[in-house]
Write a protein that binds this ligand. Structure first.
Ligand code: IPE
Ligand code: MG
Length: 222
C-alpha cells in the first residue's frame, strides 16, 4: 500500500495524514474484493524494514493499526471476513497484539474473503524462519531432510494455509517487489499503477483486474 507519504506531501499535509487516508482506501478495496468474490486479499501494512522510519511515524502507525482494528472488527465480522496477520508479531505493542489475537480468533470460522495483513513482515525473514524450522525438525529426527520438497517448505511459511496470489498490485509507480511474499509471488501477474495508495478506488481496482484478465498465464508451459 505504497504512496501514503507522497499523497500527503502533495497536499501539504503531514505524512501521517496519508496513512489515515490509506486506511479508507483499504476499507474500500477490501469491500470491493469481497463483492467481486475474490478469495483472498493480502496487503503489506508494515515491513521488517519500516522500523527504521522516525519513531514518531512508527508510533503513529502502531496506534493507527490498533484504532482501526478496534473500530472495524464488528464490520469485518458482519462481512464474514476471515482476518489473519502474517509476520513476526512478537515485537508489536501488547495492546495491538491482544487486538490481533481477538480479531483472528473471532473471525476464524468466517467463510467470506480471507484478509491477510502483513505486519512486521519480510519475505527474506520468512524464508530464513522456514529454513530454521525445517533444520530444527531434522535435527530432532522428526523430518527426513531428503523429503523436503516445495510443499514441505511452503508449509513452514506464514502463508501455510493460503493459495499463492494470482495478482500483485503495486501502487505509486514503484517497480520492485520490496521483500514482499518472495516465495508466493513466483507466478503472480504484476500490475503497476501510478495511483498513490490513498487514491486507490473502484476504478483503479477495475483497471488492475482488466489488466490481469488480459494476461495469458502459462506457468512455465507453452
Ligand atoms: C506506505 O506508504 C505505508 C506504509 C509503509 C505503512 P509510504 O509511507 O511508504 O508512502 P511514500 O512511499 O512515502 O509515499
Ligand atoms: Mg513508500
Amino acid at each position: 500500500m505504497d504512496g501514503n507519504g507522497r499523497w500527503a506531501k502533495a497536499k501539504g499535509l503531514p505524512r501521517t495524514m496519508g496513512h489515515t487516508a490509506g486506511v479508507e482506501a483499504l476499507k474500500t478495496t477490501l469491500h470491493l474484493c469481497s463483492n467481486w468474490g475474490i478469495g483472498a486479499l493480502t496487503v503489506y501494512a508494515f515491513s521488517t524494514e519500516n522500523w527504521s522510519r522516525p519513531s514518531e511515524e512508527v508510533n503513529v502507525l502502531m496506534k493507527l493499526f490498533e484504532r482501526v482494528l478496534k473500530r472495524e472488527l464488528t464490520n469485518l465480522k458482519l462481512e464474514k471476513v476471515k482476518i489473519n496477520f502474517l509476520g513476526d508479531l512478537d515485537p508489536l505493542p501488547n495492546a495491538l497484539k491482544d487486538l490481533i489475537n481477538e480479531s483472528v480468533e473471532s473471525t476464524l470460522n468466517n467463510k467470506g474473503i480471507r484478509f491477510n495483513v502483513c505486519t512486521n513482515y519480510g519475505g527474506r525473514r520468512e524464508l530464513v524462519l522456514a529454513a530454521k524450522k525445517l533444520a530444527e525438525r531434522s535435527v530432532k529426527g522428526e523430518l527426513d531432510p531428503s523429503l523436503i520438497d516445495e510443499n514441505v517448505f511452503a508449509s513452514e511459511l506464514f502463508t501455510a494455509s493460503e493459495v499463492d496470489p494470482d495478482l500483485l498490485i503495486r501502487t505509486s509507480g514503484e517497480k520492485r517487489i520490496s521483500n514482499f511474499l518472495l516465495w508466493q509471488l513466483a507466478y503472480a501477474e504484476i500490475h503497476v499503477t501510478d495511483v498513490l495508495w490513498p487514491d486507490f478506488d473502484a476504478d483503479a481496482l477495475n483497471k488492475a483486474l482488466i489488466d490481469y484478465q488480459s494476461r495469458s498465464r502459462r506457468f512455465g508451459g507453452v
